[in-house]
Design a protein around this ligand. Structure first.
Ligand SMILES: [Zn+2]
Length: 498
C-alpha cells in the first residue's frame, strides 16, 4: 500500500518540500503542490500506532472538566484546557480526539477553526505560533460514554456509573489530547455530578464544592501522567482510606453495596506496597489504591495512583487467593514500571508488562510457594511460539484491527519476564536488583526506551550487554538460557496467539 505522505504543519517550507518530493515520486499531478496541504492525521512516529500523538508541541498540563447527568449512556459535557509549549513554528496543529462533538476551540483566548480528520482534530489558530511559545488550547466538547462501533476503551460503563480504561490508544475517545505516553503532563480533573454520586480521579483531592443538588470534585496529580493512565470514577461509591508505609495515603473506591465483601482484599494493599518498596525503593506517587468497578472488562488496568479492577476478580470464588493477590501486585508494580517510568514508544511496552509480570511472579513465589523458576521454564517452552505469533518482546507485531487483545500478547508478559530472568541469570541477583532500583530512580517521572535499559544494565554489570540482550529482545528465536542448558523450546509452541 502507498499511504498519503504525512505533511507536518510545523515547518511549512520543509513540509511542502517533503510533500512535493513525495508527490513527484508518486507521479501525482504537481498542481496540487500549489494549494496548501490538506489537513491530515499526524503522529509522533510510533511504529505500532502511527497516528497517536502529534508533532509540534509539548503538553505541560491538562485541565479536564466533566459534567455528568446521572445517566451513564448520555454524553458528558466537557471542557478540556491544554497548556503546551510549541516545539516548532506552527500555523496549525493536531490534537487526538475521535469520539465527541466539538463545540468550540480557542487558542490563547481567541476562537480558532477546527476540522476533524481521521482520529485527529486539526486546529488552526488566527495567528500562527512560533517555536518555543506557550499556548493555551480550550476545547468545549461532549464526551460520549457509549463506545463507537468496533472500538473499545475510553469510558467504561459500570453498574453505577463510569470508570476509564484508556490504554493503549483510547484517551482521545474521552478528551482531546496528545495521546502518546512520550508526552506526559500534569492533570487537574474536575467532575460535577448529581447528589448521590461520588467522583474520584487520579491524583490527590484538591477541592469539593457542593451547590444546588450537584457536587464538583477536583483532583490534581503531583507527578506527570500519560493520557493512557488517567482515571476518573463516577458512581455510587464508598471511598475508603487507610495508611501505607511512611504515612502514604491509601484510597480505595468501591461500589458502596459491595464494600464489606471487598474489604478483606483491600486491607492487603499496604503490605504489598511495603513488599514492592523492599524490592525497588520508594513508591513513586502521592497515593495508591484500588478502583473496583462493577462491570465486566476482562482486564485490570494500572491507572495512575488508582488501579482499575473488575469486581468479579475478588467476588468470584473460582480464583485462588494467591492468584488474586499476585494480580494486585502486578498492577501495583506498574506504578513504578509503566507509570512513573513510561514507555517512549509502544514497542517498549515489554518494559511495563515484563516487570509487572516479574513482580507478580516473585510475589507468588515468596508468599505462596509458586516457584518462579517453574513459571520461567514453562515460559521458555512457549517463547518461540509467542515470538512467532506476536513478535519478539521489544518488537511486537502491530495490533490486528478489531482485536480485543491488540498488542497485549504473551510475548510481552511472561515472554518479557523471561528476558529479565535471563538477565538475572547472566549478571547475578545482586547486580540485577541494582539495575531494577536504578531504573525506577533514574527515569522517575519520565519516559525511557529499550536502549536505555540495555545501557543501564551494561553500566551496572560493568560490561556491554548489548550482544547478550539483543537476541533476547529482538530475536525470532529464544536464545539459550544461561545456567539452564536443559531448557528447550517446546515443539508445540506457535499456536498460542494471546
Ligand atoms: Zn500489566
Amino acid at each position: 500500500m502507498l499511504h498519503t505522505p504525512h505533511a507536518p504543519t510545523s515547518r511549512p517550507r520543509a513540509s511542502s518540500r517533503r510533500l512535493r518530493a513525495a508527490l513527484l515520486a508518486s507521479a501525482v499531478s504537481v498542481c496540487l503542490v500549489a494549494a496548501s496541504a490538506p489537513p491530515v492525521p499526524l503522529g509522533v512516529g510510533d511504529r505500532l500506532f502511527p497516528h497517536l500523538g502529534n508533532p509540534g508541541y509539548d503538553v505541560a498540563a491538562y485541565d479536564l472538566s466533566f459534567t455528568y447527568s446521572g445517566k451513564n449512556d448520555e454524553p458528558l459535557k466537557a471542557v478540556t484546557t491544554i497548556d503546551a509549549r510549541t516545539t516548532a513554528d506552527l500555523d496549525r496543529f493536531n490534537l487526538d480526539f475521535a469520539h465527541g462533538k466539538v463545540e468550540s476551540v480557542e487558542v490563547d483566548g481567541a476562537p480558532a477553526s477546527f476540522t476533524p480528520v481521521g482520529e485527529d482534530l486539526v486546529v488552526t489558530p488566527v495567528d500562527a505560533l512560533e517555536e518555543g511559545e506557550r499556548m493555551r488550547i480550550t476545547v468545549r466538547h461532549s464526551s460520549d460514554p457509549v463506545p463507537p462501533k468496533k472500538r473499545e476503551g475510553g469510558w467504561v460503563r459500570t453498574a453505577d456509573g463510569l470508570a476509564m480504561a484508556n490504554q493503549a490508544d483510547a484517551a482521545h475517545l474521552v478528551f482531546p489530547c496528545n495521546d502518546h505516553p512520550s508526552d506526559k503532563a500534569l492533570f487537574t480533573i474536575r467532575v460535577t455530578a448529581p447528589d448521590g454520586h461520588t467522583a474520584v480521579a487520579s491524583g490527590a483531592p484538591a477541592d469539593v464544592d457542593r451547590a444546588g443538588g450537584t457536587t464538583t470534585w477536583t483532583y490534581r496529580t503531583r507527578h506527570p501522567m500519560a493520557t493512557e493512565l488517567a482515571q476518573v470514577s463516577i458512581g455510587r461509591s464508598a471511598v475508603l482510606h487507610r495508611t501505607g508505609p511512611h504515612g502514604l495515603p491509601v484510597r480505595d473506591v468501591v461500589p458502596a453495596e459491595h464494600r464489606a465483601a471487598l474489604e478483606p482484599w483491600l486491607t492487603k494493599t499496604p503490605s504489598q506496597i511495603t513488599w514492592m518498596e523492599s524490592k525497588v525503593g520508594r513508591y513513586p506517587f502521592e497515593t495508591y489504591g484500588l478502583l473496583v468497578a462493577d462491570t465486566v472488562t476482562g482486564f485490570q488496568l494500572e491507572t495512575q495512583t488508582l488501579s482499575l479492577f473488575e469486581k468479579d476478580l475478588f467476588t468470584e470464588r473460582a480464583y485462588p487467593r494467591w492468584y488474586v493477590e499476585s494480580i494486585m501486585v502486578h498492577e501495583l508494580a506498574h506504578q513504578w514500571f509503566g507509570n512513573s517510568v513510561s514507555p517512549h514508544r509502544w514497542s517498549d511496552l515489554w518494559l511495563n508488562e515484563g516487570h509487572a509480570t516479574w513482580y507478580e511472579a516473585l510475589y507468588a513465589q515468596e508468599k505462596a510457594d509458586k516457584p518462579l523458576r517453574a513459571r520461567m521454564k514453562a515460559a521458555y517452552g512457549a517463547s518461540d511460539g509467542w515470538r512467532a505469533a506476536g513478535g519478539p518482546p521489544a518488537a511486537p507485531k502491530p495490533p490486528e484491527p478489531g482485536s480485543k487483545i491488540g498488542i497485549f500478547r504473551s510475548n510481552i508478559y511472561d515472554g518479557a519476564a523471561l528476558v529479565l530472568y535471563a538477565l538475572r541469570q547472566e549478571i547475578g541477583s545482586p547486580a540485577f536488583e541494582r539495575v531494577e532500583r536504578a531504573w525506577v530512580t533514574r527515569h522517575r517521572d519520565a519516559t525511557a526506551t529499550t536502549a536505555d535499559f540495555v545501557r543501564l544494565a551494561s553500566e551496572i554489570a560493568g560490561r556491554d550487554l548489548g550482544g547478550f540482550l539483543h537476541p533476547w529482545l529482538y530475536g525470532e528465536k529464544t536464545p539459550p538460557m544461561p545456567g539452564h542448558p536443559d531448557w528447550k523450546p517446546s515443539a508445540a509452541g506457535g499456536a498460542r496467539t494471546e
